[in-house]
Design a protein around this ligand. Sequence first.
Ligand code: SF4
Length: 251
Amino acid sequence: MDGYIHSTESFGTVDGPGVRFVIFMQGCPMRCKYCHNPDTWAPNTGEVRSANSLIDEYMRNAAYYSKGGITVTGGEPLMQIDFLLELFSLAKEKGIHTCIDTSGVTYHPGESVYNEKLEKLIGLTDLIMLDIKHMDRDAHKNLTAQDNSGILAFAKYLSEKNVPVWIRHVVVPDITDDEAQLSKLGEFIASLKNVKALDVLPYHVMGKSKYEKLGIPYRLEDTPPATQEEARKAREIILSAFRKARTVSQA
Ligand code: SF4
């Protein structure tokens, strides 16, 4: 089966454990104001690649990935769930560690056909990296053009299925760094039983030139990048609320 692929990276070190073969999938329904990959938004474009050809490419460098594996990211990889099912089935036949980096936006609790496929896919997935962009519904919609209810439901679904998850949150000054919202995120993570790590990343402007090339207005023109120190402080607020919520629930 073929998938629409934006690009691949042979030696990824930030998209899951170890050195990884990273596949950037084409297509995303979110429109995050801080997205640094707007060139992945359009679906059904990019390079057409078969699942087999990607596994073959991985196998040619397999020795480098002994502590890593394959990560699919994007764009939103779960938009091409049929392709992922084939790719990860082939990967598992070869004993490859598999990871999906997702916003969770494609999940809707009532969609039985999609969710049946999702259930099969998570059976082939070792790790999910889930971006939670904002806890407030309206602020989330303003930031990403999408509601967060399905995303939070997806996080709970993964918890019920006990799929290992790393949570990611991007700190954007004056948009996603509000203390009350960060605390809410910590409390939400505390309610999940499958979270193995928390990555809090500072917003950067490295994707800005892509917007100019694509002729898309850059909507954070007046927002400065976040510093490592701001990201560290935000992480501390999230973790403090997490610990407090866990202490209360265990009392
Ligand atoms: S979900 Fe990811 S790829 Fe999609 S718009 Fe947001 S940051 Fe960009």
